[in-house]
Design a protein around this ligand. Sequence first.
Ligand code: B12
Length: 211
Amino acid sequence: MSVLVEISEFVQKGRAKNVKECVAKALEEGVSAKDILNEALIAGMMIIGEKFKNNEVYVPEVLISARAMNQGVNIIKPYLTKEGVEPVGKAVICTVKGDLHDIGKNLVKMMLEGVGIECVDLGVDVSSEQVVEAVKESGAKIVGLSSLLTTTMDYQKEIIDALSVAGLRDKVKVMVGGAPLNAEFAESIGADCYTKDAAEAAEAALGFFKE
Ligand code: B12
């Protein structure tokens, strides 16, 4: 069994200690941190997601898997985020109101920080007022919004509208993401950008700062 499959299986079983050991082994074997993230840690979490959907596993198992995945992420973090990168600017990032999913949002934050973007992380269940306030206070040039529920994705538009009402819309680039979203949806709500994963989000964000 390849080490990536092994990691994915330990994530699914929620075995944090084994995940950590195997991630360290994979790094020693020269597997890239990006492959460990996408092909093992996130891949394992996706399988758990499918089982959750089919009622084969329940909330506690999902949380235990998420914890195991996060322990693996912590080990590869230094390899994904380059040391000593120049600060390029600020972003406000959050999971929107009504939504408590933060695994993807945290990965996006980690990758943004990795390319030198300072993140003001507002956490989960965040209102449009909180976002507007944070943009005013921080002077951030990027707003990153995450939604994992179909019932919360429309709230991203409310946040974009609130930024317009506050006179901030043309001062920030709004990036949106989360499993139920796509580029068409992003366009329909007036966002500037959608990306399917955290690595692409970091690239796109850097692009905005270079504009
Ligand atoms: C983990 C999880 C949970 C955990 C959350 C733990 C946590 N701290 O986040 C717990 C168990 C708490 C949970 C609860 C619930 N969940 Co849940 N959950 C999931 C699960 C299995 C995985 C999500 C995840 O973390 N994926 C891994 C990460 C890495 O992927 P990601 O979030 O998509 O992020 C990537 C990209 O989307 C992108 N990205 C993400 N955010 C952003 C932001 C920006 C700006 C950008 C550019 C990119 C970007 O980059 C990320 C990294 O590459 C999904 C299934 C799935 N396949 O998505 C269900 C899922 C999202 N949950 C679901 C449901 C229904 C619920 C509950 C309502 C269940 C219940 N009955 O209580 C509650 C809702 C709680 C709430 N109010 O939010 C449904 C949603 C269905 C729908 N159509 O809306 C899903 C799809 C499962 C299913 N198929 O039924 N859940």
